[in-house]
Design a binder for this molecule. Structure first.
Ligand code: SF4
Length: 386
């Protein structure tokens, strides 16, 4: 078990210091009322542990004294919106007392549509929450049922209406495509319905069958027939064309923002190697060179904190070549691409020219930027570039 407190430094580097390059703070709420069969995020359904988790999380937060300012707080999970009013109030107010936050900090809470009420949204606003990320996934009733979501399509629409009208600085919608039987037309309807609410941000994820999920078991038994590669590619291209056509910036493979000022600031830190601190079971942290991660199991997390130790399960110091690969991996997924001056030894010019000629990337000054075709092959592109 890693217990040192001294090795931590979440200060931004001098070159990158500006308001949005400050470190981010992530809180993992490891609870869901029910488990969705495709999801491999860590969460448990025993919500009787929420109070103890909250106490432990604040204890963990106090194990990081003297850190500098953060400019994002992202409360994700799991299902943060299942916290009751008292729990959410205590959590946000206590974190505000333990850490320092810059003015205009982005404060995001992930919500599920079945938890959305006007009262809850009012409470969140009064606590300083300025960004909501709503997990809609689909507006089609058959798709929502297939995904075993706890809400109906109608509930998703009502929740969106409430969020859109609640006066938050920003809100985003999470959607999912590539479902068995989903046509291009059905996906287009979902996208257009989302656009009709005029959101600031859209995350559109392809359904992937993750190991150790009920969907993986179904796939093994041949009970899940996923769309073929050509249809998956068609759905991806449709997403990009539809949303960029509506004025969105396709700034990461799965993420779209209504202009540069609407990027999800906290998530951008992950792709730009800005330091972040993660609290809660399974949360990861990063200093710019060193990464560490917490134990997943909530009971072990509670026990470890209770005994006065940090709940860190492991850590690694990235070597220069690992840092290179991380920059290539993240740059292959984002609009800001790879700064060739950050990569040593230099990349092969011949390879870069070949990838340009094949339409996977463009070269813009010192940057290698993925095209839409490059985004489509974002998993393979780093190997082709390096
Ligand atoms: S998708 Fe969201 S609500 Fe469903 S199990 Fe995963 S974290 Fe919980």
């Amino acid at each position: 078990m890693w217990r040192s407190r001294k090795a931590l430094s979440l200060q931004p580097s001098r070159q990158t210091m500006n308001r949005t390059d400050l470190p981010g703070l992530y809180v993992h709420v490891p609870f869901c009322k029910t488990k969705c069969p495709y999801c491999d995020f860590y969460s448990v359904t025993d919500t009787s542990l929420v109070d103890r988790w909250c106490t432990a999380l604040l204890q963990e937060a106090r194990m990081y004294p003297g850190l500098g300012e953060f400019d994002s707080l992202y409360i994700g999970g799991g299902t943060p919106s299942l916290l009751d009013d008292r729990q959410m109030t205590e959590l946000i107010l206590a974190l505000g007392g333990i850490f320092r936050f810059a003015p205009e900090t982005e404060l995001t809470v992930e919500m599920n549509p079945d938890d959305v009420t006007r009262e809850k949204l009012g409470l969140y606003r009064s606590l300083g929450v300025n960004r909501i990320s709503l997990g809609v996934q689909s507006f089609a009733e058959d798709e929502v049922r297939f995904l075993c979501r706890r809400h109906t399509a109608q509930q998703a629409l009502s929740a969106l209406e409430a969020v859109a009208g609640a006066g938050f600085r920003e809100y985003g919608i999470d959607l999912m495509y590539g479902l068995p039987g989903q046509s291009l037309g059905a996906w287009q309807v979902t996208l257009e319905r989302a656009l009709s609410f005029d959101p600031d941000h859209l995350s559109c994820y392809q359904l992937t069958v993750e190991g150790n999920t009920p969907f993986a078991g179904m796939a093994k038994e041949g009970k899940l027939s996923m769309p073929d590669d050509a249809l998956q590619a068609g759905l991806f291209v449709k997403t990009s064309e539809c949303l960029t056509g509506a004025g969105f910036l396709h700034y990461e493979v799965s993420n779209f923002a209504r202009g540069k000022e609407r990027l999800a600031r906290h998530n951008v830190k992950y792709w730009q190697h800005t330091p972040y601190l993660g609290l809660g079971p399974s949360a990861h942290s990063f200093t710019g060179r060193k990464r560490w991660w917490n134990v997943r199991d909530v009971t072990l997390y509670l026990k470890t904190i209770h005994s006065g130790h940090m709940p860190v399960e492991g850590s690694e110091e990235l070597s220069s070549s690992q840092m290179n690969m991380e920059k290539i991996l993240c740059g292959s997924r984002t609009l800001w691409g790879i700064n060739v001056r950050d990569i040593t030894p230099p990349l092969s010019e011949e390879r870069i020219t070949g990838l340009c000629d094949s339409g996977f990337i463009t070269v813009e000054g010192q940057r290698i930027v993925p095209t839409l075709k490059g985004y489509l092959f974002a998993d393979k592109l780093p190997l082709l570039i390096s």
